[in-house]
Write a protein that binds this ligand. Structure first.
Ligand SMILES: NC(=O)c1ccc[n+]([C@@H]2O[C@H](COP(=O)([O-])OP(=O)(O)OC[C@H]3O[C@@H](n4cnc5c(N)ncnc54)[C@H](O)[C@@H]3O)[C@@H](O)[C@H]2O)c1
Length: 338
């Protein structure tokens, strides 16, 4: 029986609280799980060891209270995190709670002995994400970056690997979100010999993260990551744009992606596609998170750090080594799900 995979979380928002609820729910069920077993591990093998936030209305409360229902490890109390960016207005409104110093934070992280430290903080806090990455390295755990901040560089990766730790990232790719679906559509059109000419994907969402993404430079960076992630599927360039386009509070945690594609077939005959996909943001990321954590743990136990490229290509929009979506799912399942 392997030891549990202990995880510490930075940011107890939508995704983290849904993950905590999922870890509780999947103690007794497999319904809705993409891969019940990865590397021989189930969700019962994952436990939360510490949680950090800076929102004063959350710090000091138990994760069960904040998640609003039975969350995994309900006794875990949310501790103050660190921040080195300007604080977004919605967090300022609630007041902030911070750890005294970076050193105190590293010591706190060390004391819960996590295997992985997951960065699930608000979009746009790139300096803070960098500090959390350094803190993971110092505290002796691996780092998982769900945010769009650029944390995985060759140098950082080597620093983690030199200590027998790994870094996974950047920017979580949801199981069936706008980017994965867009990539799958392009892959299918190309495999059927259809020549794509132009495409766009416009995303509208109603949760806090979408609201944060409306800041122009965050929106621009996310648009670039999504557009580049999608481009990998086509052997030739075509005009395309993909990104979060609007915040509409009435959508709540839902996200609607509108797709338009123009392509050509035999004798240049037109193929035009116009469709929309509606999903829930928070749940959409969780299967990917629990899969990547178990796969990474499996590889670490075999000391096979090269295999991490497949895990990052499967789980993130901006990995160090990009792979076609069909290939990374196949490699991932061949390596871990059999
Ligand atoms: N499917 C998805 O939902 C998905 C997909 C891709 C990427 N992501 C990324 O994952 C991250 C989390 O998404 P979310 O929907 O849970 O966001 P959210 O806005 O609901 O939650 C973010 C949480 O982080 C906290 N926070 C802010 N600064 C912090 C700091 N310095 N230290 C600790 N906590 C801090 C906030 O108080 C909040 O509780 C975002 O960056 C998002 O872009 C999510």
């Amino acid at each position: 029986m392997p030891d549990k995979i202990k995880i510490a979380l930075a940011g107890f928002g939508n995704v983290a609280s849904t993950l905590a609820k999922g870890l509780e729910f999947y103690k007794n069920s497999e319904e809705g799980l993409w891969h019940p077993r990865i590397g021989g591990l189930t969700l019962n093998d994952i436990m939360i060891s510490a949680v950090y936030d800076i929102d004063a209305t959350k710090v000091g409360k138990s994760i069960g209270d904040v998640a609003g229902s039975d969350a995994s490890s309900p006794g875990i109390i949310i501790q103050p995190g660190i921040i080195s960016d300007a604080v977004p207005s919605h967090i300022s409104q609630n007041g902030q709670a911070r750890t005294e110093s970076y050193e105190d934070f590293v010591n706190s992280l060390k004391s819960s002995k996590p295997d992985f430290f997951l960065n699930l903080i608000s979009s746009g806090l790139d300096k803070t994400s960098g500090m959390y990455c350094s803190a993971a390295l110092e505290a002796g755990c691996s780092f998982f970056n769900a945010t769009s901040a650029r944390t995985v560089t060759d140098e950082v990766r080597k620093s983690f690997e030199a200590k027998g730790q790994v870094i996974l990232g950047d920017d979580l790719m949801s199981q069936f979100g706008g980017t994965a679906f867009h990539r799958g559509m392009i892959d299918f059109m190309i495999s059927r010999g259809i020549r794509i000419q132009k495409a766009y994907q416009l995303d509208v969402g109603g949760n806090q993260d979408t609201k944060n993404t409306m800041v122009e430079d965050i929106r621009e960076r996310k648009r670039n990551i999504k557009t580049e992630s999608i481009a990998i599927e086509s052997p030739y360039p075509f005009r395309s744009a993909a990104g979060t386009t609007e915040y509409a509070e009435q959508l709540g945690d839902s996200r609607v992606s509108y797709y338009w594609m123009e392509a050509k077939g035999f004798l240049g005959s037109p193929v035009e596609m116009d469709l929309s996909l509606r999903t829930k943001d928070s749940t959409n990321g969780c299967n990917v998170i629990v899969d990547a954590l178990r796969a990474a743990r499996y590889l670490l136990s075999k000391n096979d750090l090269d295999g991490m490229d497949v895990v990052s290509a499967y789980a993130f929009k901006n990995p160090a080594r990009k792979m076609h979506i069909r290939d990374c799912i196949k490699s991932f399942e061949d390596s871990f799900a059999s």
